[in-house]
Design a binder for this molecule. Sequence first.
Ligand code: 5GP
Length: 120
Amino acid sequence: PTQPYDDNNIFARILRGELPSKTVYEDDSALAFHDINPLAPVHILVIPKGSYVSWDDFSQKASDAEIAGFIRAVGKVAREEGLVAQGYRVLANIGMRGGQEVPHLHAHIFGGEPLGPMLA
Ligand code: 5GP
């Protein structure tokens, strides 16, 4: 079973406007903003607006509309950032042992440089 959602995680606070973020895209179901500690020239996080801990949680509980909105938002951000021609990477860490530090589902978008076979 997944851990319960923590309403005070950093991304929940960003969604509520309690913490600032550099927003690059927003629609009804998703928000995208620059990572505070970029690991590539372009490093953007895309999150669903709903309260989902992880990919596992989201893929079981979210509506089809929320899932579609999130996936489409990732693609739209990449296009708007000009990443399609040069290539980019989408990555989600899931669970503590998967390297997930913030317990609200997020997709990392990396780009702006040749990425090689794996980032790290
Ligand atoms: P994870 O390890 O959970 O997959 O990634 C969490 C990411 O969130 C990290 O890349 C980290 O730099 C980023 N991050 C942590 N706190 C903040 C914050 O307050 N604002 C923003 N924009 N990014 C954050």
